[in-house]
Write a protein that binds this ligand. Structure first.
Ligand code: PHE
Length: 359
């Protein structure tokens, strides 16, 4: 074997196993570049005798050809490997959603408010709102609670230093009942409204927080009776708790703004030592209600001989606890992410009557 043949064999083997494109390019320069080994070899032809050149020339050119094509084919192979690697690494999963799913969760209080709007909306009620910072007249006086009335002391009211036009201190509304007044003053009867929202009383333990939520209901029309009140509450609570065996008990009570007034208890049954709503083995107090007091109608410019109605007020947090099984009200307002993930609802979990309001 000639010296060049041996050299060719070694070179081709090295080029065929060049690890990457940079190493291959370095080899190309070292062999075929201006100062390259093969280039230098070819330059020796000039100093040879014609006979020598006739023998060596074709061998050297053949060597250069073989090396060039070895470089070209290794280069193609390495480029192809590179492409395959990129194709594998840069895959695009076209089945993935374009945007990530909704983050966070809907607070149970918001969820219950949506459920209430859905249930009462179906009964023809609309949702009314009022300010959380109220004046004395809307929160108390117009609701038939005059200044000397003991019911004011029952409410543990948060007062502001700021006063209203009549020199009375502004306050955080202690119930949603002032929305009754605002609705009757600004709109024309008949009224079929609910008013969910925040309420405030200076009170704090496992079942009371200084800020809590109520939903007010108000119906004013002609010929409204206590029977309408009971039917409305039963229909509402059966839909809300998604049970047909809900039993209510109306107990005579007292609120200055209703006459007669009734505290409404909901019946439960004991199942394996646990209270389950439905039936009437025992009773739990749920909400306050009554027929709107004629003085309240008059305070809002309505003639009690023409318009009658009922109202009720119910704790939303309590409704949520009873349906979804939380036992400490304070946790509702701690902002603990673990609690929210556990009890919260998906943003896409919109309550509908057809889909089940508690979906
Ligand atoms: N406002 C009353 C409360 O907070 C509840 C209520 C509302 C009672 C409407 C009767 C009618 O306790």
């Amino acid at each position: 074997m000639s010296r060049l043949d041996q050299m060719s064999g070694e070179l081709i083997a090295r080029l065929d196993s060049a690890p990457d494109l940079q190493a291959l390019e370095a080899d190309r320069i070292a062999l075929l570049g201006k100062q390259g080994e093969i280039t230098r070899l070819l330059k020796t032809l000039g100093a040879m005798t014609p006979e020598q050149r006739n023998v060596e020339g074709p061998q050297m050119h053949a060597l250069r050809e073989r090396v060039s094509s070895a470089i070209a084919s290794r280069k193609a192979a390495l480029e192809d490997e590179d492409l395959q690697r990129r194709l594998a690494a840069e895959t695009l999963d076209l089945s993935l959603p374009v945007a990530p799913g909704p983050q966070g969760s809907v607070h149970p209080v918001s969820q219950v408010m949506d459920e209430l709007a859905e249930i009462f909306g179906d009964l023809g009620f609309s949702v009314a709102t009022g300010p959380e910072i109220e004046d004395d007249w809307h929160n108390f006086t117009a609701l038939n609670i005059p200044e000397s009335h003991p019911a004011r002391a029952m409410h543990d009211t948060f007062y502001f230093d700021r006063t209203d036009g009549s020199g009375r201190r502004m306050l955080l509304r202690t119930h949603t009942s002032p929305v009754q007044i605002r609705t009757m003053q600004t709109q024309k009867p008949p009224f079929y409204i609910i008013a969910p929202g925040r309420t405030y009383r200076s009170d704090s333990d496992a079942t009371h927080t200084p800020m809590f939520h109520q939903v007010e209901g108000l119906v004013i029309d002609r010929g409204i009776t206590l029977g309408h009140l009971k039917w409305t509450l039963e229909t509402f609570l059966k839909a809300y708790f998604e049970r047909d065996d809900i039993v209510l008990r109306l107990r005579p009570s007292y609120f200055p703004f209703t006459e007669p007034s009734a505290e409404v208890d909901i019946g439960y049954t004991m199942v394996n030592g646990r209270r389950v709503l439905g039936g009437s083995e025992g009773w739990m107090e749920l909400l306050g209600s009554g027929m709107v007091h004629p003085s309240v109608l008059e305070n809002c410019g309505l003639d009690p001989d023409e318009w009658q109605g009922f109202a009720f007020g119910c704790g939303i947090d309590r409704l949520a606890m009873l349906k979804y099984g939380m036992d400490d009200l304070r946790a509702f307002f701690d902002g603990d992410l673990r609690w929210l993930r556990h009890y919260g609802f998906s943003a896409l979990d919109v309550p509908t009557l057809s889909g089940g309001v508690g979906a």
